[in-house]
Design a protein around this ligand. Sequence first.
Ligand code: B3K
Ligand code: ZN
Length: 878
Amino acid sequence: MRSETAQLIKLEDYKETPYVIENVSLVFKLQPEATEVISTLTLFRREGTETGAPLELDGDDLTLVSVAIDGAALAEEAYEASPEKLVVQTPPADTFKLEVVTRVNPTTNTKLEGLYLSQGIYCTQCEAEGFRRITYYYDRPDVLSVFTTRIEADKVTNPILLGNGNPQDAGDIEGTDRHFAVWHDPHPKPAYLFALVAGDLACTSEKYTTASGKPVDLNIYVEKGNEDRTDWSMDSLIRSMRWDEKVFGREYDLEVFNIVAVSAFNMGAMENKGLNIFNDKYILADSDTATDMDYEGIETVVAHEYFHNWTGNRITCREWFQLCLKEGLTVFRDQEFSSDERSRPVKRIADVIRLKSRQFPEDQGPLSHPVRPTEYKEINNFYTATVYDKGAELVRMIKTILGADGFRKGMDLYFERHDGDASTIEDFLKCFEDANQQDLSHFSLWYHQSGTPFVKANGSYDEAAKTYTLDLEQNTAATPGQDEKKPFFIPIRFGLVGPNGDDLAYTSVEGAHVDGDLLHLTEDKQTVVFHGIGSKPVPSLLREFSAPVKLESTLSREDQIFLMRHDIDPFNRWQATQTLMTELLIELTNGEEPAGKDAFIEALGHMAEDKNLDHAFRGFGLMLPSEQAIALEIGKDVDTDAIGDARDAFSKEIGKALYDTFKRIYDAMEMPATFSPDALSAGKRALKLRCLSYLGAAQTEESAVLTKAHFDNADNMTDRMGALTVLVIWQLAGAQDALKAFEARHKDTALAMDKWLSIAARAPSEDAIAAIRTLTEHPAFSWDNPNRIYALIGGFLGGNTRGFHAADGSGYDYLAEITLQLDKTNPQVASRMAKSFGTWKNMNAERRVKAEAALKRILAADQQLSTDVKEIVELCLD
Ligand code: B3K
Ligand code: ZN
């Protein structure tokens, strides 16, 4: 949507539509440059709407061909049409049929929103407001209707014709080279869940029988030649369907479930009813082209989209402010699925790393917003880590507070009470309150108040009284639009760890609601006294990361090392390691020599070799916080070069100090004879590669040879890419050869070349921007495909901190330049890139000046900015 005067949409302005759309019948006459869409809507006047009140439908960039009501063409004065709107001034009756014909051009649709062509395949993307780019409609989630879709297309180029719901009819169109298919979706749905696909696609199929015995045809459609790369996604789908039956009691509800993978897609995937459309990155996998992380990503996204069938589709959102109702909840569900399928603590660590690296910076900067926002200009800008990942944390906290049974009771009531509804967060919370007779009003503040709460904890032990006193304090800094913050309801899972590593029991407690190992922090300050504590404990707080807060610990380094070795909560063992690493790295960044560094490195060596721990867990334990994470922790006046230098030096120091340990683990690792993406094998590969990266950091001749051999001998992408990254990042001998060999091997596989682009984008360089410009000329890169842009430009912005935050401002200038360039073709991708400006206020003065100038240059550019980009830039400058 392009507009100089983008409107601020406010939650408080919500009103129902004056008319109800009962039925939608669509006919698509597909042509690459001029597709005709005939839409017939059965409408009736809503009770309370004045007779003859105008009917105003949304459009975006539409060409109207004709408009009729009940079979009669409308006189010109009876309606007003523009590309953005169709207004029928005075509908003639309480119930009527509106027939609208529009024409759209799928070939020139570079925004990838609405109907577009991707590699010769027609496909659609309608969430959030793409349906209005197909036909005039009430394009909002609270308008639920029954859709029937007829698709007509050329038989040769489009043998496969897919729509939502169940197939109803199909055949040739006599006297032409064309054929048709009719799809009917019996479940009323909002327009954002509409989808259509037509093309020459290959298909993999399976049969599934639901828990109650209903047969379902499962199909995964891909571009021809890719059909042997769908086994994992099909397997993930079947496991997801079974899991949702078992864990949430939810069955699938149509005769077919179709998935289509396309190569040009703005995001990961889309949960259209019965016809999920995916970015092919989240469907295609084989061991030669996909990493273990890709396999995990596929499992997660396939599950996520499938789970939306109940949380999103059967129960949808009243308006887009409620986005977290479906997204936060569905992320929670996919996280739980992966935890059950893999290792729960490892999955928890991975999810928390993601939350802290994506959501924490968002919530502590100019783009901070509540999980349920109250205003926006462009809804596509609000598909954020806050809505998704923090949204999932809020659902997780409800489960923590109510317990597993109470949570399930609330979910059951939600499905029973709201099936078929367009709901709100209030509706959702009410189900948990009613099912558990519990008041969640204080808890609900999490949905409305933005910002990351900082929790401070200070403990003291009184040996004579056998008491342990914990002084807790919470504080949330002001965020845009919210100067004053109220205290949150923070569930803190904890243990008081005794000298032998066991949790100490307490006899009684005062000062807070404490139930077993769960403490409710509900006020700004609380002093909690535990009685009957026999010896001095080390507190282990926020176990399992029970709330999305930043814990400022006052523990000594010895105590952290103690937790790192002994905590019974694996998450907090990992967290203690991270906390220590971060503290040490900050001191190193400041040029100090940190106390306890050697003891820490020694403890790290123990963890690396601890056979009682999961391989994947050990891999995560060894991982240093990213440069961005350290920058966020420092918070202000950040010098990214100093952080990079300190982190490099510390990696090297650990690599040298524990060289023998890492080499021993590396050499001793037994790998399965054939590749399997299972969690155990993936964990072994991860640990082995983590060891290799420290050996690489030590930059010995031996480690360069070892890394190059690892690359040369790799029989899977995880090892090949892992070793290539080590070679390139540490500039080891053989790096250039390896880059060339990778390119030669994978030049015809775009998704594999994306990995090459993102590694190349991270390579240390004197002139990073010149290097990126050269890479944009590479045949593997294209400005037209989001995956290529995310790989190269996204890889640079997120993975090359020195380059992007270069003190001379060249990284910021480049981002301004490509934001403007991309905005002309694909505003969603442009604004996603521009969000990298979100941390500029944390930088030092030298960098801030450059970043601010670059942001201002975007606003002042001699081109019309999309609402998407304009909103992000304005928020950043606010
Ligand atoms: N619901 C889609 C995201 C749509 C994004 C629109 N800008 C995928 C998902 O979250 O499952
Ligand atoms: Zn989703």
